[in-house]
Design a protein around this ligand. Structure first.
Ligand SMILES: *Cc1c(COP(=O)(O)O)cnc(C)c1O
Length: 384
């Protein structure tokens, strides 16, 4: 069942497409009356005589999820208890006192943990605008690590991943790409030369806002060993129920993405024509600053968008109170559409405008979503 065993794709058959991989891999051996899914198995101690013996050292249900995630990204996956656990484990791959080139706009806690390592004297961090390829390449001179996120959270900036990953490889920088917003269906950074792909599987991979889980995916054997060691000794192991739910969610990622992306494209288009809204950002819109790059490098524009509402933060907050189909909540990538005002977080002030709403578009009917936004825009008008 492990990724090492290969799968039905072996033997020169045509490789499976992601829709099939997401469903067909990570299954228990076919035995009469056996289950089709690897069962939820809460366990700490395991029967002696196997390769693990203790669940922190490795647990069969993780392998099923890792097999699917690894195949989708084209590498070997190591799962963790959260996206941040995967992020901090990936930092174990750095040399001592590294110079790290990192995005000035990125998931706020990733930026925080990188900057904390600088404050503690363990690293030097060069923050860059990842959409400005020349600036990133210049910052890479003499650096050890290139940490990328694209599309960026929350501003949906698009980095030129093919060029940047190739440059990192040529310059011998360790290249890490947080692929949470794109998912492996829209972008596969390992194929472009990245060394590590990070996912917050809490988001679109799990897809139902009911679990925390993370993954780091690599191709190099030494990196794989380091990450597994980081999990074993760091102790950030995924829970049994979370692992089960995450794989169950991952089965439908291709379906969910198709719908949420279609919905997002319609909402972005309509919002950009609405008189009470300005600066709609969505990689699929012509007006997006890296629209052409997104078309060239991403398999689709994704399910995230941002917009600003006329009337400032007060109007934006009133809109959040007025939505009925959308949920006012953080996080993203669920079947349920959510939105929030990012500047409500102190660490996001100065990065995003006060009135910017980040929207994660889900799988509801697009007309219900649109009517909800329309009525919320209308009923919040007096708050501006
Ligand atoms: C949410 C998120 C993370 C952190 O993941 P958790 O599962 O919340 O720990 C990392 N990167 C990005 C881009 C995210 O959106």
């Amino acid at each position: 069942m492990s990724a090492d065993d290969g799968n039905e794709q072996a033997g020169g058959a045509e490789p499976w497409r992601p829709e099939t991989t997401a469903i067909a891999l990570g299954r228990p051996p076919a035995v009469p009356d056996g289950p089709l899914n690897v069962p939820v198995s809460p366990a700490s101690a395991l029967q002696a005589g196997g390769t693990s013996g203790y669940a922190r050292d490795g647990h069969a249900p993780w392998q099923a999820l890792e097999e699917v995630l690894g195949a989708l990204e084209g590498g070997r996956a190591v799962t963790f208890s959260s996206g941040m656990a995967a992020t901090t484990a990936a930092m174990r791959l750095f040399d001592a006192s590294p110079v790290i080139v990192a995005p000035e706009v990125a998931y706020m806690d990733v930026r925080r943990v990188l900057l904390e390592s600088q404050e503690a004297g363990r690293a030097q961090v060069r923050l860059v605008d990842v959409t400005d390829t020349d600036a990133v390449l210049a910052a890479c001179d003499g650096a050890d690590v290139l940490w990328l996120e694209s599309p960026t959270n929350p501003l949906l900036g698009i980095a030129d991943l093919p060029r940047l990953c190739a440059a990192a490889r040529d310059g011998d920088l360790l290249c890490v790409v947080d692929n949470t917003f794109a998912t492996p269906l829209l972008q596969r950074p390992l194929e472009l030369g990245a060394d590590v792909v990070i996912h917050s599987a809490t988001k679109a991979i799990g897809g139902h806002s009911d679990l925390l889980l993370g993954a780091a995916i690599v191709s190099d054997d030494a990196h794989l060993r380091t990450l597994r060691g980081a999990r074993e000794l760091g102790g950030a192991t995924p829970g049994a129920l979370e692992t089960y739910l995450c794989l169950r969610g991952l089965r439908t990622l291709p379906l969910r993405l198709e719908r949420s992306q279609q919905n997002a494209a319609v909402l972005a288009e309509r919002l950009s024509e609405h008189s009470e809204v300005h600066e709609v950002r969505y990689p699929g819109l012509d007006s997006h600053p890296q629209h052409a790059r997104a078309r060239g490098t991403l398999g689709g524009p994704g399910f995230m968008l941002t917009f600003r509402v006329n009337g400032g933060a007060a109007r934006a907050d009133a809109l959040l109170d007025a939505v009925r189909v959308f949920t006012h909540a953080t996080s993203l990538g669920g079947v349920e559409s959510t939105l929030e005002r990012r500047a409500r977080y102190p660490t996001e002030r100065g990065v995003v405008p006060e009135d910017l709403l980040r929207v994660s578009v889900g799988c509801e009917h697009v007309e219900d979503l649109w009517h909800d936004l329309e009525q919320a825009l209308e009923s919040s008008a007096s708050a501006g």
